[in-house]
Design a protein around this ligand. Structure first.
Ligand code: HAM
Length: 419
């Protein structure tokens, strides 16, 4: 029996990598004053269909009818859930609201490198402030976050754009704003689509592909100036590149949009986000009209990227080896003392030490081998000398004999036991 395509078994070594990612995600969010929330992973399908997510994501929904005859979907993203939650209770929170989430999402996508059907996503969203200062705050958070993994401006960049520039472009070419979503979806997919296909899809809009390329190449996006000035003041300007080619595939974006991508390799976007000032009003029939901006990062591309960049890989390895499963291993050298060893094990665990011992009789040499493979820094040998025990510092085999009643204090004071 294998996992379904695009789903993963997380063995302890895989889960340790997830802990590394989510730990740094949470720390970055914390530095910017964001607090954690969560919502359900199963939602009414309507949440995504009703003017919300839109675009390609609707075709990727894990959708079914539940036993109560409701049409439901596993969440493909967290933004509609967040918008519903904030719309329901926003009066209870001071503005701006800064919330983050680390949660599982599901998309029935074609499986490829960095793209799965079940993945972990980190979302940061700032609600209740419509100014470029809010945009800059979330873009800066994204940059800081990626830097905390050991990635620099030589490894990633953030392509920044503003959908309002595209709305002006469409108005100039006589395209009604109601058709903008469909048009922007084509632009979003353009880079990955054969030219003939793009031309075929663009035909109903009456705008030649060459005109669109010219517009993208024209480059300047005046609406981004205040955001760029803010990032400049923070010393983060080198990480961002204005680029009209970024439009994003989700229907709810209204202003600034951005995507983080790796400068080398052929990876999909590391992160994506933007401003969505109408989603809360749409979801609450106008009762909660809050502007919002945010982004999402997935685990899969980030893990691929860490593997490729030595500086990032070595930071990860440092973390993975920093917390061994066990600090102390009790070596039971005399089975007659097992009851005493059990008492001691419970006492030390009660004091917070991560500790293991052999569950049945074993040769002493084998027990030391286990202690080392578990990463223990100390072995405590319990033998016929009880009530005396011998503590061995496994790094250099230095040892000390002491009464078991003094052990807890000795360990607490031991400088060698750092983790
Ligand atoms: P998104 O661009 O659809 O945006 O996803 C954001 C990130 O989630 C992607 O850049 C990628 O890292 C990860 N991701 C998406 N789909 C997959 C997949 N199938 N497998 C692995 N990773 C994936 C959103 O989801 C928006 N809700 C983000 C947002 C928050 N916008 C405003 N606030």
């Amino acid at each position: 029996m294998k996992t379904l395509p695009g789903f993963r078994d997380l063995f302890p070594e895989d889960f340790a990598r997830r802990r590394y990612l989510s730990g740094l995600w949470r720390e970055a969010a914390g530095r910017y004053g964001f607090v954690e929330f969560d919502g359900p992973t199963l939602e009414s399908s309507e949440l995504y269909r009703k003017k919300n997510s839109g675009g390609e994501i609707l075709g990727q929904l894990y959708e079914f009818t539940d036993k109560g005859d409701r049409s439901v979907a596993l969440r493909p993203e967290v933004t509609p859930t967040l918008a519903r939650m904030v719309a329901a209770k926003h009066r209870e929170y001071p503005k701006p609201i800064r919330w983050f989430n680390v949660g599982t999402c599901f998309r029935y996508e074609r499986q490829q490198r960095g793209r799965l059907r079940e993945f972990l996503q980190f979302n940061c969203d700032l609600l209740g402030d419509a100014t470029p200062a809010a945009d800059a705050e979330v873009v800066a958070l994204l940059i800081d976050l990626l830097r905390s993994f050991g990635l620099g401006s030589e490894h990633f960049a953030i392509r920044l754009s503003d959908r309002s520039a595209w709305h002006d472009f469409l108005a100039l070419h006589g395209v009604e704003s109601a058709c903008a979503g469909e048009f922007l979806n084509i632009v979003d997919k353009m880079e990955k689509m054969p030219v003939e296909k793009t031309e075929e899809l663009l035909a109903p809009f009456g705008i030649p592909l060459a005109t669109i390329h010219q517009f993208i190449a024209s480059g300047r996006i005046p609406a981004l100036d205040p955001l760029l000035a803010d990032l400049e003041a923070r010393g983060l300007r080198e990480f961002v590149r204005p680029d009209l080619g970024v439009v994003r595939g989700l229907a709810y974006y209204t202003g600034v949009v951005f995507e983080a991508f790796a400068l080398q390799g052929n990876l999909r976007a590391i992160a994506g986000g933007g401003r969505y000032d109408r989603l809360l009003a749409d979801l609450s029939d106008g009762s909660a009209d809050l502007p919002a901006v945010g982004f999402g990062v997935g685990d899969a591309v980030l893990l691929e990227l860490i593997n490729e960049i030595p500086a990032a890989k070595s930071l990860e390895e440092k973390f993975l080896t920093s917390v061994p499963p066990v600090q102390i291993y009790l070596v039971i050298a005399d089975e007659k003392q097992r009851a005493k060893a059990l008492g001691l094990a419970q006492q030390l665990r009660g004091e917070g030490w991560r500790l293991a011992y052999p569950l049945g009789p074993e040769k002493v040499g084998k027990q030391f081998g286990t202690a080392e493979s578990l990463g223990a820094s100390h072995a405590v040998v319990i033998g016929s000398e009880w009530p005396s025990v011998t503590v061995k510092y496994l790094a250099d085999r230095m040892e000390q004999e002491l009464d078991h009643s003094a052990l807890a204090v000795w360990l607490a004071e031991s400088k060698a036991l750092t983790s």
